[in-house]
Design a binder for this molecule. Structure first.
Ligand code: SAH
Length: 256
């Protein structure tokens, strides 16, 4: 049956193992929220464990064929099964202000999915997601590691991240070329003290020239005087902690 649905263009790898599906869903805490948005439900292997009488579920799926399948097979009201590209979905249009995200994400756009989550982080206290293992490692990596980069800093600014478990590629149809891993994001409840857009800009500029010291990479912001006295300006981006990046952004902001 799965075979007749598979579409490569939508990055579809259907999970076959119910125990893994259960294990993924069990990681949702349901602390202070009761709405869950699933990205790319596919044939609904995760969905069936999300549907309980005490929570509300929205499914966002790009593939029309799968939308029809979900509408036929799950007793979820029509307006909760949404035919849309998640990257174009705006929770404000539905007045959704507090919900968790879950999904076995389409890997090709997983970074963009994360950026979309970060855009709306004020509404999203938690996310449990399956990623390509390599991407999961990048998201959960810390300073000083090769895999530490833009995604690590930006996601960890807003969320506590945890690598939950690795998933073997043989539990999918079709079998992907890569291993997978499930991670959790739990929102840090303190507010950041610098400008969000400037932070994104700063982190991207620093890592896009990752061989340069910060002082050189950040020449872009002409407002940073040379005598400027931050202890880490002679380091490279991958040596800076999340906290360092926040402090740096604040300093740039103050000088603008
Ligand atoms: N959750 C299912 C399917 C995972 S495959 C399972 O675990 O078996 C990824 C799913 O994401 C597919 O259903 C695919 O159609 C959907 N998808 C791909 N791109 C999408 C997008 N931009 N927005 C929403 N869904 C998308």
């Amino acid at each position: 049956m799965r075979e007749s649905f598979f579409q490569k263009k939508f990055d579809q790898y259907f999970l076959k193992d119910k125990n893994i599906a259960k294990k993924i869903v069990k990681n949702l805490s349901f602390q202070n929220y009761n709405t869950v948005v699933e990205i790319g439900p596919g044939l609904g292997i995760l969905t069936r464990y999300l549907l309980t009488p005490w929570n509300k579920v929205f499914l966002i799926e790009i593939d029309k064929k799968l939308i029809l399948f979900l509408r036929k097979n799950f007793s979820v009201s029509k307006n909760q099964i949404i035919h849309k590209d998640f990257l174009k979905w705006n929770p404000e249009e539905m007045n959704l202000k507090n919900f968790a995200i879950i999904g076995n994400f389409p890997y090709r756009i997983s970074s963009q999915i994360l950026f979309h989550i970060l855009r709306y982080n004020q509404y999203i206290p938690e996310c449990i997601g399956m990623f390509q293992k390599e991407v999961a490692e990048r998201i959960t990596s810390h300073e000083g590691n090769k895999t530490y980069g833009i995604l690590s800093v930006l996601v960890q600014t807003f969320y506590e991240v945890k690598y939950l478990f690795t998933v073997n590629k043989h539990v999918f149809f079709p079998i992907p070329n890569v291993k997978s891993a499930v991670i959790s994001l739990k929102r840090k409840e303190r507010k950041i003290f610098c400008n969000k857009d400037l932070l994104f800009q700063c982190v991207k500029i620093a890592f896009n020239q990752r061989r340069k010291t910060l002082k050189n990479a950040l020449q872009y912001f002409k407002e940073i005087p040379n005598y400027y006295n931050l202890p880490f300006l002679n380091k490279r981006a991958e040596q800076l902690s999340v906290k360092d990046f926040l402090q740096l952004t604040k300093e740039i902001e103050n000088r603008k």
